[in-house]
Design a protein around this ligand. Structure first.
Ligand SMILES: [Zn+2]
Length: 108
């Protein structure tokens, strides 16, 4: 399961886009979704996530730099295009393995 920080209260929860069991908050806007996506164990270790959560709880959510924001927005768009992405469940944002064309492990 993906460990994530609630964008609203800073509590830890499972899955970036799930309802927070603590405050019931769920990301809806792009900004909220991007922030929720950023604050997962896909990108940060648990220690950093807890620091982010503490900052969120203080009403000071971390600011994403513009490049990270754009990257995450793209991932969101891609996720939304898939039927599974509509459910915004867990695991859809795992790093993609790129097919190597003519790589060292080519068959034949
Ligand atoms: Zn919450």
């Amino acid at each position: 399961m993906t460990q994530a920080v609630c964008f609203k209260c800073g509590d830890m929860k499972h899955g970036a886009f799930t309802d927070c069991p603590h405050c019931g908050g769920r990301p809806v806007t792009d900004d909220e979704l991007v922030l929720s996506l950023a604050m997962t164990d896909h990108y940060f270790d648990l220690t950093t996530m807890k620091q982010m959560g503490a900052a969120v709880a203080e009403g000071k959510p971390p600011n994403l730099d513009e490049k990270s924001r754009q990257d995450l927005l793209k991932q969101l768009e891609n996720a939304r295009k898939t039927p599974v992405g509509r459910l915004l469940g867990d695991g859809i944002l795992a790093p993609k393995k790129k097919k190597a064309d003519g790589g060292p492990f080519k068959k034949g």
